[in-house]
Design a protein around this ligand. Structure first.
Ligand SMILES: Nc1ncnc2c1ncn2[C@@H]1O[C@H](COP(=O)(O)OP(=O)(O)OP(=O)(O)O)[C@@H](O)[C@H]1O
Ligand SMILES: [Mg+2]
Length: 275
């Protein structure tokens, strides 16, 4: 067993289900329900980089929303450092909101276009009432993501997608999180810069001891970045394993489909990560 299999997960879902009521009604007049997640168990250990991969609609973003506490599951338990997320007191909740940060697919919609980068970076600290030397923290975080302080006075439209995603990552790092959940962080970026952003996330795991949950529809993206991967299909986790094992010996049909998708893509990260 590796060291990672010991101890308490920093973030975990046990037997989690998430149902959404749809606008459509059944013949009996009840709202139809959609099971977006069914009996999902998932965890990340401190300092681990874990991947979640699955086709569109498999439930990845729903799991993201549950992991960051944005939605409460209809069944099952969400935990942070062994404590039930939904029974935390005010202080515990506040600490959770600081400790678990999210990076989303499109930095152009996650950063306010009317706000200078400097203000955007300070937003999470203000919202969470974190008391630190803000200027020093901004400098530190910009260095961690490989940007200079010249970005602070600029607006989002002045940056490329890759630079903006770095800024979004910097903003997520501002309150000193223990966990970053990245939902499709590179799928809106040019293939040529995807690896740079993934390398940055990998470096943050190694250098800061950060826990990373990387969510993507592309097996090569999670394989490049993480050491353990859960495959989702139809709202369930159908297989879990090391990326190379999943690639060479897929057992679930959904995993096979993800492998086939990687093999049909000629460029990108596929080769390096999986062979
Ligand atoms: N708020 C909601 N109300 C109703 N249905 C929802 C809601 N959110 C998600 N769904 C449905 O739940 C299922 C899972 O959606 P989810 O967005 O989690 O998938 P995903 O794996 O992130 O897909 P993608 O790769 O396209 O981002 C889909 O069928 C989706 O239509
Ligand atoms: Mg999604």
């Amino acid at each position: 067993m590796s060291a990672e299999t010991h101890g308490v997960p920093i973030i975990a879902a046990s037997g989690v289900c998430q149902e959404y009521k749809l606008a459509r009604r059944t013949l009996l007049g009840r709202r139809e329900r959609l099971a977006a997640l069914q009996d999902v168990s998932f965890h990340a250990m401190p300092g681990e980089a874990v991947g979640v991969v699955g086709e569109s609609g498999s439930g990845k973003s729903t799991l993201t929303r549950l992991l960051v506490g944005q939605e409460r599951p209809t069944a099952g338990v969400m935990e942070h450092e062994g404590r039930d997320l939904w029974s935390l007191d005010r202080d515990g909740r506040q600490e959770f909101r600081r400790s678990v940060q999210v990076v989303l697919q499109n930095p152009r919609s996650s950063l306010d276009p009317r706000m200078r980068v400097g203000s955007s970076l300070l937003q999470p600290l203000r919202a969470l009432h974190v008391e630190v030397d803000m200027a020093a923290r901004v400098r530190e975080v910009l260095e961690q993501v490989g940007l200079g302080t010249d970005v602070l006075s600029k607006y989002p439209h002045e940056f490329s997608g890759g630079q903006l995603q770095r800024i979004a990552i910097a903003r997520a790092l501002m309150p000193h999180p223990k966990v970053v959940i990245a939902d499709e962080p590179v799928s809106a970026l040019d293939v040529s810069i995807q690896a740079q952003v993934l390398n940055l996330l990998k470096d943050l795991v190694t250098e800061l001891g950060l826990t990373l949950v990387l969510i993507a529809h592309d097996l090569s993206v999670v394989a490049y970045t993480t050491s353990r991967v859960a495959v989702m299909s139809g709202g369930r986790i159908v297989e879990t394993g090391r990326p190379a094992d999943l690639f060479h010996h897929p057992t679930a049909e959904a995993t096979q489909a993800l492998v086939d998708a990687v093999l049909t893509v000629e460029n990108g990260l596929a080769g390096k990560a999986l062979r």
